[in-house]
Design a protein around this ligand. Sequence first.
Ligand SMILES: Nc1nc2c(ncn2[C@@H]2O[C@H](COP(=O)(O)OP(=O)(O)OP(=O)(O)O)[C@@H](O)[C@H]2O)c(=O)[nH]1
Length: 720
Amino acid sequence: MSRHSDTEPDWDKMRDQVIGLGKLSLRKNHYALLRDHVYELERFRELLDCCEELILIARKDDGRIVDANGGACRALAYTREELLSMTLDMLWSEYTQAKNLGFANLNTLGQDAEVAFRHKDGQRLILEGSLSQQMADGLVLVAVVARDVTERKKADADLRDSESRFRSLTQMGADWYWEQDAEFRFTNQTGGGRYFEYFSPSDPIGKTRWEMGYWGPAEDFWETHRQMLERHEPYRGLELRRLGIDGEVRTVIVSGEPVFDESGQFTGYRGVGTDITQSKQAEALIWRQANFDPLTDLPNRRMFHDRLLQEIKKVNRGGNHLVLLFIDLDHFKEVNDAFGHAAGDLLLTEAAARIAGCVREVDTVARLGGDEFTVLISGLNDINCIERIVQDILSQLAKPFCLSNEVVLISGSIGITFYPRDAQDVDELLRNADQAMYVAKNEGRNRFSYFTPALQEQVQKRIRLINDLRGALAGGQMRVYFQAIVDLSNGQIYKAEALLRWLHPLRGMVSPAEFIPLAEETRLIIEIGDWVFNESAAWVKRWRTHFMAHLQVSVNQSPVQFAKNNSNDQWLAYLHDQGLPGEAIVIEITESLLLDSDAEVKASLLKFRGQGVQIAIDDFGTGYSSLSYLKKFSIDYLKIDQSFIRNLAPGSSDMALTEAIIVMAHKLGLKVIAEGVETIEQRDLLIGAGCDFAQGYLFSKPVPPEEFELLIQAGLKSYD
Ligand SMILES: Nc1nc2c(ncn2[C@@H]2O[C@H](COP(=O)(O)OP(=O)(O)OP(=O)(O)O)[C@@H](O)[C@H]2O)c(=O)[nH]1
């Protein structure tokens, strides 16, 4: 142990503080020299403690730590005392292994190496530094001088990770990343998938964007864009197009932002690009499908509506007249029925082309659906030339259509309306054109009709009537009248026809000719027809029970009612409920029903007949008067139309026709009823011709059921 005074240092203590070798090499008799060394060492020690690097000295053999500086204490969170009580492998788990390998697994002894130490709290610290061996007093010491690079390594790894993520994402996706210098020339481009293969040269490096064949949405686009670049402004979603080597235009979206260095100096732009060609194409396809008719390639109803609206706005801003033509092909259904839907399609396509050929490019020809087309003609100074255009369309449509192996003749009916003369808005204009077209149809087809104020009045009246008709049944305004049908052999009432009457609260009696077509069109006839049937059945039941056991009532059934599947079943069920036999009822149908007939109509008629209900053909002679179906559908009665009876005179053609019908019907086993018999002469001629039954004013007008009942009771006064 050494002695010491106040002025003299405590050598024993100092000796302990001297780094590493001090303790072993200290000699007291070298005091003066030593004192200088000690001061020097103390300063050195302080310096080493302050430095951020870790310094650890340990015995190589057992790894015991013999010295540690302040940097080591701070980095590892141990006090110096703690460290001096530890071995190196407690901090560095691979120490023993590294030592056994002669530290060969470290880069090289004495050079920068990277080792993992353990922090006091268990965390892993990456140290980068050197490892050296020293000899002191016969001992081999290992000196670790290192820096804690954990944070830096982590930041490097994060950066590498994020770069690799970015790289793999840009490689995988169709988007790309680009950089430009201060002259807006590309310096880098990454990603883009196959996009750049569409262009030659595909490499943009060294070029500006406008040198690469892109074009923008407007003619002066590049000028404006370059001005913006010069102002170093960011941009988003710039849509550009470029022609690819495959001849297809490709669309890209580009976004960019200016880049500045640390001194605030502008160094260029960087940004991203996306090829949106496919989505643009899909968008265009969807738009086309939504706005064009796929069969004829003409604008469809929706597009037509838009264009009509635009044209109306132009007229409202002071433009010329606007003309709307509504074209419907005549009897087009027959083309489908006779030659098939595919042939119908061919005809529609050809008709579309012919119509389009009659008007200017600027006019809109559209297909609203089915065989309906519209033409919008705007900016006309002289509206008189419309008739020439319409005539041209009609004659083009009337020319033969060659469909595969067939030559088909067809025609069209056209309605014409003017804006603003005929309507206030799109819907009204279209509706009026449609109405005018219907007038052309009703007047015989293959012609045109203008929409006129009278027509407008007619249309409004029609709309009012339809509205009133909707409430007529519930409002108790409907009546069933009965007209007697007499047996011409004895003048007795044998049957009656049930006839619908509408007693309008304001207009009085509305003619069936006026409201029945409307009821059919609106399908109100189904409900009304059921009511007529039920009423008729109820009355005939009463009359059969009290007055005339064999009385039959005929009820008219329109094709619309036939089209409703279960109408007939319902009627038969009602008869059954009333306890009435089928023979009490005759169903009157028109020839056209049989002409258009399908298997369902036939089945339906057979079902009636199966229940004893008889079938009569109404208005015979006015339609096709085809004989074949009379047999095919097992018809019971023919009703000769009153137009033949009206002019019945000996030797007249109507007389000849009437006689022929009667003979033919009898040969086929059918009975004949003459309609509209008004005079005794007509009656006698019919008796002479062998007609079975007759109805008409001569015998009785259609009368309310109560009156008809009196008729049955009283017998027919006019028959004598
Ligand atoms: N081939 C074909 N037929 C169609 C198409 N769309 C609708 N139709 C048919 O076109 C027909 C249109 O008939 P309508 O206009 O009602 O009647 P029409 O026979 O022309 O008789 P009128 O118009 O009274 O002269 C219907 O039979 C539809 O089934 C289509 O795209 N292709």
